[in-house]
Design a protein around this ligand. Structure first.
Ligand SMILES: [Zn+2]
Ligand SMILES: [Zn+2]
Length: 328
């Protein structure tokens, strides 16, 4: 499936700045029409074989004509996402963000921010499971409050004993867990937070112009990661209610979690793959907030030149001092 411009026949894409469908060929807005195709093996636009399709691909760029293809079978039925967070950061903005973040670093290799390498930046929708949970927390504990004060010639220590009892009902909404094998879990955890209020009901048009994947793991397979987070957050919320005591010993603590819903959502990420001296470095820019994850490689040659310059400068300064002192 592809979105084609009614005016010029070009491939219309979703534009994050304009928040509309846009034709990069004739600059028209909202002029797209959907052209469906059941064929997953060939490009809807030019017919070339789609070699990059994997078992999880749902949207990709045709390497032959550059059109963005959405695989119809992968966005229907059980594979259809419930929600999507449309890109808010355009490619131009993502490039600016990377330049700002890494441009000032003196040891960054020159090719890192060159036009030709930054052109390879790809917008990708990463599949996520978003879990809703209801937590029932019950807690019993023994606590003390100790007060020390003077009474005449005596120092008095007063210890008060308390029975601490708490019952909390907590509703968690949309705890995110990425469901992509390509994306490392720690990277996606660092990518957060996303502003989930901007989530939209899924529509194919938001995918045009980007890569996409179906979930690589089932809802049940990923649930444990969400449970761990819900448990940890429940404990933090519980601890916030037990304050002001000198000591507190828990006697009973129970956290019961019930999953109320799981949504399949697509989240926007700009991915920059940079090759330097035979090694690949990966950078990610959150497609909604612009948060950057990744460390630049250090060009050792530049480091040598730089330290060499410092040594020469230091030598020159030393020589100037000697001249001033009349040593030479
Ligand atoms: Zn057009
Ligand atoms: Zn094509």
């Amino acid at each position: 499936m592809i979105f084609k411009c009614k005016n010029c026949g070009g491939n219309a894409v979703y534009h994050p700045d304009k928040k509309k469908m846009w034709c990069p060929h004739c600059d028209s807005l909202d002029s797209e029409e959907r052209l469906d195709s059941e064929n997953m093996a060939n490009c809807t636009n030019c017919g070339a074989p789609l070699e990059a399709v994997t078992e999880f691909t749902s949207a990709l760029k045709c390497s032959h004509c550059g059109a963005y293809i959405i695989l119809k079978d992968r966005v229907e039925g059980e594979k259809r996402p419930n929600l999507i967070l449309p890109f808010e950061i355009s490619k131009e903005k993502a490039v600016d963000i990377l330049k700002q973040e890494f441009g000032r670093r003196i040891l960054t290799p020159d090719s890192f921010l060159s036009y030709s390498t930054l052109e390879c930046l790809e917008g990708s929708y990463v599949p996520f499971w978003l879990y809703d949970y209801r937590a029932r927390v019950s807690y019993e504990g023994k606590a003390t409050k100790v007060r020390v004060f003077r009474s005449g010639d005596y120092e008095v220590t007063e210890t008060s004993h308390y029975q601490v009892s708490r019952k909390l009902n907590i509703d968690f909404e949309k705890i995110p867990v990425d469901a992509s094998k390509r994306m490392a879990d720690d990277i996606m955890d660092l990518m957060e937070p996303y502003e989930y209020k901007a989530l939209q009901n899924f529509e194919e048009k938001y995918m045009s112009g980007f890569q996409g994947e179906v979930v690589n793991f089932s809802e049940a397979e990923e649930e444990e990661r969400a449970k761990v987070r819900a448990t940890k957050d429940s404990e933090s919320l519980l601890n916030e209610t037990i304050v002001g005591y000198t000591t507190c010993v828990p006697l009973h603590k129970e956290i019961n979690l019930t999953k109320t819903k799981a949504h399949f959502a697509l989240m926007p990420v700009w991915v920059y793959r940079y090759q330097f001296r035979g090694k690949e470095y990966l950078y990610h820019v959150n497609g909604q907030t612009g948060k950057v994850i990744g460390k630049t490689p250090t060009d050792k040659r530049k480091a040598w030149i730089y330290s060499g310059t410092v040594a020469v400068m230091a030598g020159m300064i030393w020589q100037s001092i000697c001249w001033i002192l009349g040593v030479f």
